[in-house]
Design a protein around this ligand. Structure first.
Ligand code: HEM
Length: 471
C-alpha cells in the first residue's frame, strides 16, 4: 500500500513540476517575439533535459541522429542549459565570424575559476583584441621559426626513452612533450629556477579541471584551486625577478612584459598576465597531445600512408645529414604528405568537437528564434563529417587535402575572433615529432590484448641522441 502510494505521489509531483516548469519558463515553448518559433528538437525532461541521453549514447550518434531528424539547427537541453546546436558552415560562420558580436564566449564557471577569469577565452571587445594580438605575435610563424631546434631538443630527450620500453602509452608521453613545448613557448628557453615548481603546480591544477566544482576541503576542485593560488604567486615572483633583472625575457611572458613597457599600450596587471599564462598552457598542451596520439594511431592503422610518410621524412633526413645540419623551419615546409596526414587527422579526430557561445540578445537564425541566454554550439565534428563537403567522411584519406576545403567547412582550430592562435605551433610540433619518430623507429604489429593506445613502435639499430645530430 505505502510503496504504491509514494510512487503515485511522485508521479503527481513530477506532472505538477512539468506543468509549472512550462508555465514559469515559457521561453522553452514560446518566443518573446511571438512571430518566431524556436528551432525544432526536444528539450527532454525538466532540468535534466537530454543530458542523460548525451552521456549514455555515443555522442556522434546523439548529434547525427538529431541532425537527421531535425536538420542543421536544433534545440536541446544539456546540463541545465537550453542549447541550440548548429551543423552548417553558413550558420557556424554567422555565430563565430559575421554575427559574433551577438554570441559571447561561455564556459562552465568552474573552468573559468580554475584557468582564471581574465584569460583570453572568456572575453570580447578591446581587452580580448589586445591580448589576442600579443598572443598571436608570440605564436606566428616568424616568431616560432626560431624555436624549431628547441622543440627538436625536446623530441630528442623524449624519444630515446622509448627505446628501453617495450610498450609506450602514447597519450601520457605526448602530454609530456606538448607540456614541455608549451613551457618553452610561454617562458622561453632560458628557464628560471621557479619553472620546475610551476610545472608541478600546473599538474596539480590540471587534475581538477574536470572535477565537480565542490570547494570543500580535500575535494579535487579544492586542491586544484589551492594549486592555482600557489601558481599565481610563483608566476608573480617570476615576473618580479625578470623586472628586477631589467630583462623581460623570452616567450609569451616576455611579450606581455615588453608590451606593458610600451607607451600608450594598455597595461596588463600581474593577475591578468598570470591568468593568460595559465590559459595558454591549458589550451596548448592537451589539445596537441591528443592530436598527436590520434596521428600515431591513424599512421599505425594505415601502413601504406606510414610508409609514404617515412619515405618523405627519410629524404629530408638524408639531405640534412649530408649538409650536417639539424631540422629547420624550411624542412618542415617541405613535408606535403605529412602535412596532409596531419590535416586529415585534425578532421577525423576533430579534437574540439564543438565550441560554446551564448546569445547576448534574442537572435533570429534561419527563421527561428534563439532566445537571449541560450547556449549556441557550432558542431565542428558534424561539419567535418558531412559527406557533402568531405566525401566518404569516415575514410582516413589525406589526399582530400590536395584540394583546399570549401570556406568554413574545415575548422579544427575554430573560426573568427576566438580562433586558435597556436595552430602553427601545434602543426610544427607534430611535424618535428613525426620526422624523428618515423626516421628512427620502425613499426611492429599491435597487440590488442594489452589494450594500449598504440604499440606500434620498436627500436631500430639507429639510436637517437642529441650527440648523434649535427648542431
Ligand atoms: C592540435 C592542437 C590544437 C587544437 C585542435 C586547438 C583548437 C582550438 C580551437 C578550436 C579554438 C577555438 C575555440 C573557440 O572558438 O571557442 C582554440 C582557441 C585557442 N587556442 Fe588552440 N588548439 C590547439 C593548440 C593550441 C596551442 C599549441 C596553443 C598555444 C598558443 C593554443 C592556444 C589557444 C588559445 C589561447 C585559444 C583562445 C583564443 C581566443 O579565445 O581568442 N591552442 N584552439
Amino acid at each position: 500500500m505505502f510503496p504504491s502510494l509514494s510512487i503515485l505521489s511522485l508521479v503527481v509531483v513530477l506532472l505538477l513540476f512539468i506543468i509549472l516548469y512550462n508555465i514559469i519558463w515559457p521561453s522553452h515553448n514560446r518566443t518573446s517575439l511571438g512571430r518566431l518559433r524556436l528551432p525544432p528538437g526536444s528539450m527532454g525532461w525538466p532540468y535534466i533535459g537530454e543530458t542523460l541521453k548525451l552521456f549514455t549514447e555515443n555522442p556522434n550518434s546523439f548529434f547525427s541522429n538529431r541532425e537527421k531528424r531535425y536538420g542543421k539547427i536544433f534545440k536541446t537541453h544539456i546540463l541545465g542549459c537550453p542549447c541550440v546546436m548548429i551543423s552548417s558552415p553558413k550558420l557556424a560562420k554567422m555565430v563565430l565570424v559575421s554575427e559574433s558580436h551577438l554570441f559571447k564566449p561561455t564556459y562552465p564557471l568552474s573552468k573559468e575559476k580554475m584557468i582564471g577569469p581574465e584569460a583570453v577565452f572568456f572575453h570580447q571587445g578591446p581587452y580580448h583584441t589586445h591580448l589576442k594580438k600579443l598572443i598571436q605575435s608570440s605564436f606566428r610563424p616568424s616568431t616560432i621559426k626560431s624555436s624549431v631546434s628547441h622543440i627538436e631538443d625536446i623530441v630528442l630527450r623524449i624519444l630515446p626513452n622509448w627505446e628501453h620500453n617495450h610498450t609506450i602509452n602514447t597519450l601520457p608521453e605526448m602530454k609530456k612533450y606538448a607540456f614541455e613545448v608549451a613551457m618553452l613557448s610561454v617562458f622561453g628557453k632560458k628557464l628560471e629556477a621557479e619553472i620546475e615548481g610551476i610545472k608541478d603546480l600546473y599538474q596539480r591544477l590540471e587534475k581538477g579541471y574536470n572535477s565537480m566544482p565542490l570547494d570543500l576541503p580535500g575535494t579535487p576542485f579544492n586542491k586544484a584551486m589551492k594549486a592555482r593560488k600557489a601558481l599565481h604567486e610563483k608566476l608573480r615572483r617570476v615576473i618580479e625577478k625578470r623586472r628586477e633583472s631589467g630583462e623581460n625575457g623570452e616567450g609569451l611572458l616576455g611579450t606581455f612584459m615588453l608590451s606593458n613597457e610600451v607607451q600608450g599600450n594598455r597595461k596588463l596587471s600581474e593577475s591578468q598576465i598570470a591568468d593568460n599564462i595559465i590559459g595558454v598552457i591549458f589550451a596548448a598542451h592537451d589539445t596537441t597531445a591528443t592530436a598527436l596520439t590520434w596521428l600515431l594511431k591513424y599512421l599505425h592503422d594505415n601502413p601504406h600512408l606510414l610508409n609514404a610518410v617515412k619515405r618523405e621524412q627519410e629524404e629530408i633526413r638524408c639531405k640534412r645529414l649530408e649538409a650536417k645540419r639539424r631540422i629547420t623551419w624550411d624542412d618542415t615546409r617541405r613535408m606535403p604528405l605529412t602535412t596532409r596526414v596531419i590535416q586529415e587527422t585534425l578532421r577525423v579526430a576533430s579534437i574540439l568537437s564543438f565550441t560554446y557561445r551564448e546569445a547576448v540578445e534574442d537572435v533570429e537564425m534561419e527563421g527561428y528564434l534563439i532566445p537571449k541566454g541560450w547556449k549556441v554550439l557550432p558542431l565542428f565534428r558534424s561539419i567535418h563529417y558531412s559527406s557533402h563537403f568531405f566525401p566518404d567522411p569516415y575514410k582516413f584519406d589525406p589526399s582530400r587535402f590536395e584540394v583546399t576545403p570549401q570556406p568554413n567547412t574545415y575548422m579544427p582550430f575554430g573560426n573568427g575572433a576566438h580562433s586558435c592562435p597556436g595552430s602553427e605551433l601545434a602543426k610544427l610540433e607534430m611535424l618535428v615529432f613525426i620526422h624523428h619518430l618515423t626516421t628512427t623507429f620502425r613499426q611492429m604489429g599491435s597487440d590488442r590484448r594489452r589494450g594500449d593506445t598504440i604499440r606500434a613502435v620498436s627500436r631500430t639499430p639507429r639510436r637517437v641522441t642529441n650527440q648523434s645530430l649535427p648542431r
